[in-house]
Structure formats: C-alpha cells, structure tokens
Design a protein around this ligand. Sequence first.
Ligand code: ADP
Ligand code: SF4
Ligand code: MG
Length: 312
Amino acid sequence: MEYENGKPILEIEHLSVSFLRYKKGFGQDFLPVISGLDVDVSEGEIVAVVGASGSGKSLLAHAVLGLLPSNAVWNGEISFRGERLDGKRLEKLRGKKIALVPQNVESLDPLMKVGRQVRGVSGRGGRQRELLRQYGLSEAEGYYPFECSGGMCRRILLATALMEDPDLIIADEPTPGLDPALAKKAMKDFRSFADKGKGVLLITHDIELALEVADRITVFYAGTMVEEALAADFASETLLRHPYTRALWRAMPRNGFQPIAGNQPYAGEISEGCVFRPRCAHAVPACQEAIPLNKVRGGRVRCVRHLPEGLA
Ligand SMILES: Nc1ncnc2c1ncn2[C@@H]1O[C@H](COP(=O)(O)OP(=O)(O)O)[C@@H](O)[C@H]1O
Ligand code: SF4
Ligand SMILES: [Mg+2]
C-alpha cells in the first residue's frame, strides 16, 4: 500500500436490511436478510467483501448507494467522509463521489452507444477518450452494447465508473466474463486508483483475485459479517479467526481445494445465534446466543472462540 494512514471515506456501522413479506392470509412482516455489517474504507485502501452467492454482498452495495428496492428497509449508520448519509445526500454523491461498477452488465443502456455511455453526465470528451483508450475501447466508441462482448461490457462499466473521478468505487463482482489478463488489469487499475488516496470496496466471490490487490478482507456468511482480516492473514490458516474463513481458505485451489460440507442457510431459515453453527465442528451450546463482533489480532471476528475475557 503506497498511501498510508488515510482518513476514512466510507464507514458503515450495524447495517441491516429487511424485506417486507406478505404472508398467506392477510399478514405481513419484515424478513431480516442482512444484519450486523460493519465495513469501512479509508483513503488508499481496497477493502474486499467476499462470501458465497446470497450472502448479502450486493445488498450492502445497494444500501450504500440508495438503490434498495422499495419493499426494503435499512437500519444502521452509513457515513461518507464523516457525514451521515440520508436519501438526499446520497442522491448528490451517487455517480459523482461514489461510483458503482454494477454486477449486471445489463445495466448498460441498450440504446446508448459506448462513447456516450462512458461520457455520462459530465460530457468531458478529453477524459472520455482517454478512458476509452486505456480500456481498449476506442474502436468500440460507436457500438451499441449488444455489439460488444461480455468482457467489453465489463470494461465499459469500469470506464464509466472512473469518468467522474470519484472518491470511492464500489465494484460489485467486476470480473466475471473477463479473461484472466483483463481481470488482472482491472485489479491493477483499482490498486492504482486507491494508491492516489481514493477508496475501493471490491465485492467478489473470488478470494484469490481479491487477495492480489486488497488490503483487508471482510467475510460475509448468510447475511452477516463473520470476520475482517488483513489480506496478509490469508498467508496461513492459523492466522485466520473464524471457522468459516478457515474453511474458505482450505477451499482455495492453492490450499488443496477442500470443499466445505453443507449449505449456507436462506434468510428465512436463520435462527438465533451463530449463522455458521450447523456446519461448524467447534459448535458448543454458547453458539446459540447472539454473538458480538470482537477485535482480535488486528482484525474482527464473530465467534465464541474469540470472546473477550469474562464473556466466554
Ligand atoms: N428484492 C429482494 N427481495 C427479497 N429478498 C432479496 C431481494 N434481493 C435480495 N434478497 C435476498 O437477500 C440475500 C442476499 O442477496 P444479495 O445481496 O444479492 O447476495 P450476494 O450479492 O452476496 O449474492 C439473498 O438471500 C436474497 O435472496
Ligand atoms: S460461534 Fe460457535 S458455531 Fe459459530 S463459528 Fe464459532 S464455534 Fe462455530
Ligand atoms: Mg451479488
């Protein structure tokens, strides 16, 4: 990391998201889908959010950007450069100071040519041409999205996010469909963006890719944050704190590809206590209680094996 001791850009505390659910008959209730998310990104940092599909990664991005569907409610605190975000302030920041690289390439406007798509609202032709050049899209300036490959569409989304010179990029699974060389280039671009004193929240299910560039890794499981570790902690299983993170480590190709038995539960099936309990070899009766996130060895973990003295 070239840019050290930066000020916080994004601070998320105790974020939860619930969806209004209509039940059989006339009742309705709120189904909690994510809870207990504490994520922050400072100047000069790439923070990766990793976790299986359905663990709540995109909902986190959508909550920060004010893009949750109308039947969702969120609670908690989201601050940008020290200021609490409400709906109005979010409107001002979105696309300018905070840019999203969306998960879905279909979010490109099908009726807008690549050049205009990247130019966006600011219309600065010089910067747009430079970005098109950097991303190998100069030839594609006059194409419509349907004329572009999946990899080109990903590069258009990346170039569009960089157009307004934001302070923070939230990249939601930015690499599927890119060949390995282009995926590595995208990671290098995020690294040089952060090294200018900016921040990146990199959402991915690909830990190996995240480890190439991220400073810190936040691990989600079944809608909850179970661990935050330094990327350097992934050098050895013993440096990791949570049994799920250790299982993810063992499932990485470089560590022998050992699969994790069982499945992540759906939001409606989650009971009180540790969300990983049904799959954990270390579970004890205390794991059925609500478990706080605790600071341990420069990271944070939600597990009874790491409770502060006196609580265990
Ligand atoms: N509009 C919605 N209505 C109800 N549940 C939803 C909605 N969107 C997402 N979810 C649920 O929230 C959970 C997390 O989703 P998501 O954030 O998209 O996961 P990820 O990005 O990690 O794959 C999933 O279990 C999903 O079923
Ligand atoms: S809290 Fe208990 S069940 Fe959950 S990961 Fe820790 S030991 Fe396993
Ligand atoms: Mg997602």
